[in-house]
Design a protein. Structure first.
Length: 286
């Protein structure tokens, strides 16, 4: 039985807020998770990014509403389907964006710099860069990197070079997978829905995934070598990369990393196992 969700809630895409957990990675991996006072600032940053990201999703839906109406699934989005008018959507976006500044008011200047960079890039992506090949993939990936460094600024943790490279390359892998799933699902009409897809020859996105996926394993392994017990998470990382690739290649796949994690029990369990092993190795070593 399908669950009917209020169009306004669907417009905000709250399931995508899962991406904002990236803010907590610097704190988790630094071993300071139990430090008193850290959680408060973390939740403020999470709330700020969640409100802002919902505002950018609305802007993206406004820009894409005509193309979404020709898409087999996206035509049911609140704006494309007419359930929410463009004028109402603009008001929601403005209110969400304004509200996103309040939780961040007490956060350090470093956070604001990364937060502002995220907003500027998101607007540029929605109205121009998403139609430019390669730029579109790097824009999506940069959003994860900005969250990582914003979290580092909030918690006063320096993000290591290897962790930065791992997050960037993993985000590129996931972004290429999302584009590949769109290309496979839409077939000949792919370029009509997303202009950038006409510039990706057959097989190019598969190669992008192979290159970035292999690079992730190298950089992640280099990162965890310094944390000896975390080396045991490398097989989990490898399994997750393989599983996501198979998911992307399945007929009808959306390739959305968040939806894959939430709807694929295997991916969810792998992600949970990774989190438990990392937390156990850092905070409750044997």
């Amino acid at each position: 039985m399908s669950i009917v969700v209020n169009p306004t809630i669907r417009l905000l895409r709250p399931h995508q807020w899962l991406k904002n957990l990236m803010l907590f990675f610097p704190l988790l991996l630094s071993g300071q998770w139990m430090v008193k006072g850290s959680w408060g600032d973390g939740f403020l940053a999470f709330a700020s990014f969640s409100l802002a990201s919902s505002a950018t999703y609305i802007l993206n839906d406004l820009a894409d509403r005509e193309r979404d109406r020709a898409h087999p699934r996206k035509k049911n989005r609140p704006i494309a389907s007419g359930l929410i008018s463009p004028s109402a959507a603009r008001i929601y976006a403005f209110l969400l964006l304004a509200a996103s500044f309040f939780p961040a008011a007490v956060l350090p200047r470093g956070y604001w710099l990364w937060f502002a960079a995220y907003l500027l890039l998101s607007v540029a992506y929605s109205f121009f860069l998403k139609n430019q090949p390669v730029f579109d993939i790097f824009c999506i990936a940069s959003g994860f990197v900005f969250r990582l460094f914003a979290g580092g600024a909030v918690f006063g943790v320096q993000v290591s070079d290897w962790l930065f490279l791992t997050v960037l390359l993993l985000a590129l892998y996931l972004s290429a997978g999302k584009r590949l799933a769109e290309q496979n699902a839409l077939g000949q009409s792919a370029s009509a829905h997303r202009a950038a897809l006409r510039h990706y020859p057959p097989g190019s996105l598969d190669i992008f995934m192979a290159i970035s996926g292999a690079a992730v394993l190298v950089t992640y392994t280099m990162y965890v070598i310094a944390k000896h017990k975390l080396v045991f998470t490398v097989p989990l990382c490898c399994f997750g990369l393989f599983r996501y690739f198979l998911t992307v290649k399945q007929e009808g796949s959306r390739g959305d990393p968040t939806e894959t994690l939430l709807k694929d029990p295997v991916m969810f369990l792998v992600g949970l196992a990774w989190a438990l092993v990392v937390a156990g190795s850092i905070y409750w070593p044997i």
